[in-house]
Design a protein around this ligand. Structure first.
Ligand code: CDP
Ligand code: CDP
Length: 218
């Protein structure tokens, strides 16, 4: 199996790039962030205080998170229900990096992610794929971009949806999430020693995609 790991901070372009690379190579795309989001949703639905580790793990232990493919796109199932749209809500996003600090939550999802990569050619994106989930991946990319660029991308996405966001608030949210993700004790966001750094601040989507595909040929 050929495994490509793409890690990096929020808004770096991981999911956009990983989806396109997987399509061109005929691999499956695994969005591990969606799996953490589904775990956070299970806690919100159960009314659990996300700062209470015991309560969170009691809930996530029972949550059945699966990924499946529908019309070529990844969908996420929580106890059999398609929650792909609901996990994108702001409230879910905010709570995800809080429950992602707990070892039990990470262990459970890491097992599922390893299984997917053992049985499929995958492009998997997340925060700890190259460092912890797939340490022997065939290709590891650490995709990043400046905070300003990443905030501007999120801003443009929201404007395109008809919203009127405050770019300062988006920037603060990105800085806070970067901090949480890179300072947690277990599997923090960090560039693996053998990962290739790609800074997409001044690159188009097509440039990033072809850069990565070129590395698979080396
Ligand atoms: O998954 P991650 O949070 O890393 O980023 P994303 O959800 O893929 O969002 C990145 C946004 O930046 C999307 O709106 C892309 O169209 C845009 N973008 C990009 O991904 N890469 C570039 N080189 C330029 C723009
Ligand atoms: O797309 P976006 O950058 O908003 O985030 P995401 O990839 O959907 O991930 C949401 C959150 O899940 C991240 O901020 C991390 O806290 C957590 N996560 C993680 O801890 N490990 C992963 N492999 C993927 C996501």
């Amino acid at each position: 199996m050929y495994n490509i790991a793409i890690d990096g901070p929020a808004g770096a372009g991981k999911s956009t790039i990983a989806k396109e690379v997987s399509k061109r190579l005929g691999f499956i795309y695994v969005d591990t962030g969606a799996m953490y989001r589904a775990m956070a949703l299970s806690c919100l639905r159960a009314g659990v205080d996300v700062t209470d580790e015991a309560a969170v793990t009691a809930t996530t232990d029972k949550a059945d998170v699966k990924i499946a493919y529908k019309d070529g796109s990844q969908i996420v199932l929580l106890n059999g229900e398609d929650v792909s749209t609901e996990i994108r809500k702001e409230e879910v996003g905010k709570n995800t990096s809080k429950i992602a600090v707990y070892g039990k939550v990470r262990e459970k999802l890491t097992v599922l992610q390893k299984e997917l990569a053992a049985t499929n050619d995958v492009v998997m994106d997340g925060r700890d794929i190259g460092t912890s989930v797939l340490p022997n991946a065939d290709l590891k990319i650490y995709l990043t971009a400046s905070v300003e660029t990443r905030a501007k991308r999120r801003y443009d996405e929201l404007v395109a949806k008809g919203e009127n966001p405050d770019i300062k608030v988006i920037e603060e949210d990105i800085v806070a999430r970067d901090y949480n993700d890179s300072h947690r004790e277990i599997s923090p966001l960090t560039q693996a020693e053998d990962a290739i750094l790609v800074d997409s601040s001044n690159m188009t989507i097509e440039e990033v995609v072809t850069t990565i595909i070129d590395y698979t040929k080396k």
